[in-house]
Design a protein around this ligand. Structure first.
Ligand code: MOS
Length: 737
């Protein structure tokens, strides 16, 4: 059998991407298209009192100025995709005069060129009766609410955590504050909308085209089949393109109003307003332990921010329930409602923030106990998931630590803080665990065999950068026994068989399993056709008497060349197709706790005079089941680790308390790591065979790659300097204080 899964193939779409052949949403220019620019509220709360549309409507090229005064009333029918908050109602754009947060769209200007639209939008005068918004959660923890959708299961307890903490021989009890962050992919949000009667086509940046189709159909009161969403390529997203945000609706409103296709691209600044953000979190971790290092108590309390109109929730405290063995555990999660837009998932949502707090606290405990931080974790390695009371389907955490420590040279670390130097620089080495659930969502796929001996696979999936085009082609090629060049995989159209959202690290498991099933089904179908065909060498055989390997049908036990799929198809009436839909076996989900685990190491150099922190080396080792393409997997993981460096040292959206404005809504002041910030960064994988997770044995890698990096860096900074910083990002000021 051809082994294609596991090969480190380069991206099959790599050439298209570097030659400009890959078309992103804003590249799908339509004949006669107009350009829309969003006018964003310059008040953080209140009411619009005046829109000076008349003054700009005669400006060059202006075709329409649309606000709540003249926008169509939209249906905003019931629709909640799995990525929409279960509680609350999405923002209805241009439907009333209310301003709920800074940057909310209050008008759209449509013109014949982008320049004309931008110029008129900049000239539009909007007056407000503004109030002072509440955007800082710190004083509001006492009034934080229990998330409605988590009333059952959100707070978890076993044993008596408070009692065990009070009587613990050793303890740490600390608070952590992680800044609000905004996704900053290279590609901005963009939509081109074109109506044909009451049918709408959207070329739109989306991690979830079938959800965008359903959401826009619900908003406009259209049957689903009237909306088509097309998105073959995504220039990074990290979660910001999972939901369908207001700009998509605005592009469709504009196109309908002016009777032409309309292109709408968000500015970098606008990407800090209405397309979600990682919520700021405030957390408390308390750990109690025996003097030998056995955990006796673990308390994790977390507060996340959300908007007034929706409850965004994420798994902030969930890892604390099962990462370590501990008899007394209490987790709590609360929401603070603010006058901001609704937050959303950002790579490693919940886990990245929650594990930061936990893993910094575990590191603190290791110093209190005088134990190596890896050995402290080994002492508390659980035999089962003690929160779910189930065995793990597989768990390679300590293998990750051991392999990672070896490669990283952990044994060269002097455990004493502020003891290692390189010239003037203080050197620190830190480590932290990473974990993320191995999800598996229902997906479907179509496989089609063609007379020329090639195969086509179609799924309404997405590829935001990890290499989905390539890895899915590998799964299909291996299952069909065809060389990779003979398989064409297409994604990113809402009329393809439905896929789950391209998030939650579940694409490989979910879409991959569906493709595998569709490929098996299409081979069976080909066999059935051949059996019934007198010209076929397998004519008259039973279905069990036929084998398919290397793209050929044979009678079982027969060593002759048999018949190629292409010839079966050529003899049949048109292409041979099969659909398949797959989901996780509920029995398996009942029986096992399924997560990927990893160990992340970081070495930092801190300048003791000016406080600059450089990550000199970072190494992640992950146990994530079968790795379909090691080259792309490593690339995906190092990319996630870079996100973790940003979280640790740079990323922070600062809101002005007076009006809620993000004051650093641009790439000059919202810092993300660049090449010089990254240095030597590596990702490795443990050979982990998990027979339970899914037929492919894959756990997913997208999110875990970011989890663990920030605490490893914070722990390295402590080791280098003796300064424990519990607020992210860690800044120069923290080093000099
Ligand atoms: Mo990921 S935050 O689920 O795109």
């Amino acid at each position: 059998m051809t082994k294609v899964i596991g090969q480190p193939l380069p991206r099959i779409d790599g050439r298209a991407k570097v030659t400009g052949g890959a078309r992103y949403a804003a590249d799908f220019n339509q004949k006669g298209q107009a350009y829309a620019v969003i006018v964003s509220a310059t008040a953080g709360l209140g009411r619009i009192t005046e829109i000076g549309a008349d003054a700009i409507s005669a400006m060059p090229g202006v075709i329409a100025v649309i606000s709540h005064l003249n926008a169509p009333r939209l249906a905003y029918g019931e629709h909640k995709g799995v990525i929409d908050p279960a509680i609350g109602e999405r923002l209805h754009v241009l439907q009333d005069d209310q301003v709920r947060f800074w940057g909310q769209p209050v008008a759209i200007v449509v013109a014949d060129t982008l320049d004309h639209a931008e110029r008129a939008a900049a000239a539009l005068k909007v007056a407000y009766a503004a109030e002072r918004p509440v955007v800082d959660p710190t004083g509001l923890l006492a009034s934080a609410v229990i998330p409605e959708a988590m009333r059952r299961g959100g707070d978890a307890a076993r044993g008596d955590a408070d009692g065990a903490l009070a009587s613990a021989e050793t303890m740490v009890d600390e608070s952590y504050d992680i800044a609000r962050e905004n996704h900053n992919p290279m590609e901005p949000h963009a939509t081109i909308a074109a109506w044909d009667g009451d049918r709408l086509t959207l070329w739109s940046k989306s991690q979830y085209v079938v959800n965008e189709q359903a959401e826009i159909a619900a908003i406009f009161g259209l049957p689903m089949e009237n909306v088509q969403v097309i998105c073959p390529f995504i220039g990074g997203a990290f979660g910001t393109s999972l939901r369908t945000w207001p700009h998509v609706t605005l592009a469709a409103i504009a196109a309908r109003q002016v009777g032409r296709p309309v292109k709408l691209v968000l500015t970098r600044k606008q990407m800090f307003y209405t397309t979600g953000h990682r919520p700021r979190t405030l957390q408390r971790i308390a750990l109690g332990a025996t003097k030998d290092g056995k955990l006796t108590s673990l308390i994790h309390e977390g507060y996340g921010e959300t908007s007034r109109y929706e409850e965004f929730i994420e798994a902030l405290t969930s890892v604390s329930g099962f990462l370590y063995s501990c008899p007394n555990v209490q987790t709590r999660y609360r929401l603070v409602k603010l006058d901001t837009g609704t937050p959303t998932y950002m790579r490693g949502p919940g886990e990245a923030s929650g594990v930061f707090a936990l893993e910094c606290a575990v590191d603190e405990l290791s110093y209190k106990l005088g134990l190596d931080p890896i050995e402290l974790r080994r002492l508390n390695e659980p035999e089962i998931d003690e929160a779910a009371n189930k065995p793990f389907s597989s768990r390679s955490l300590m293998k990750c630590y051991d392999a990672g420590a070896e490669r990283f040279g952990w044994s060269k670390r002097d455990p004493k803080p502020r003891s290692m130097r390189d010239g003037r620089l203080l050197i620190g080495m830190g480590v932290a665990s990473a974990s993320y659930p191995a999800f598996h969502a229902p997906s479907s796929a179509l496989a089609r065999l063609l007379p020329d001996g090639t195969a086509e696979i179609e799924v309404a999936a997405s590829d935001m950068g990890p290499g989905t085009y390539t890895s899915m082609t590998q799964v299909a090629a291996e299952t069909l026994g065809l060389p990779i060049e003979r398989v064409r995989f297409s994604l990113g159209r809402s009329d393809f068989p439905p896929a789950p959202s391209h998030g939650g690290s579940w694409t490989m498991a979910s879409v991959g399993s569906a493709i595998r099933a569709a490929c098996i089904a299409v081979q069976e179908e080909a066999a059935r056709r051949a059996i019934a065909d007198q010209r076929s060498p397998v004519f008259g055989a039973s279905i069990d008497g036929v084998t398919w390997e290397e793209g050929r049908l044979r009678r079982r036990g027969d060593t002759s060349p048999g018949q190629a799929y292409g010839d079966v198809v050529a003899s049949a009436d048109g292409p041979i197709e099969a659909h398949a839909s797959t989901s996780r076996d509920p029995d398996i989900a009942d029986r096992y706790s399924m997560h990927a685990f990893g160990a992340v190491f970081a070495e930092v150099a801190v300048d003791p005079d000016v406080g600059t922190i450089r990550v000199r080396r970072a190494l992640g080792t992950y146990g994530a089941g079968r790795i379909v393409n090691p080259r792309l997997a490593a690339s995906q993981c190092t990319g996630g680790m870079v996100g973790g460096i940003g979280m640790a040292l740079m990323e922070r959206t600062v809101l002005d308390e007076r009006d809620g404005r993000p004051v650093n809504a641009h790439m000059a002041d919202y810092l993300v790591p660049v090449n010089l910030d990254i240095a030597d960064i590596e990702a490795h994988f443990i050979d982990e065979v998990d027979p339970h997770v899914n037929a492919l044995g894959v756990k997913g890698l997208g999110e875990i790659a970011l989890v663990g990096m920030a605490p490893a860096i914070a722990n390295a900074v402590f080791h280098a300097t003796g300064k424990r910083v519990r607020t992210l990002p860690i800044r120069i000021e923290d080093m000099l204080a």
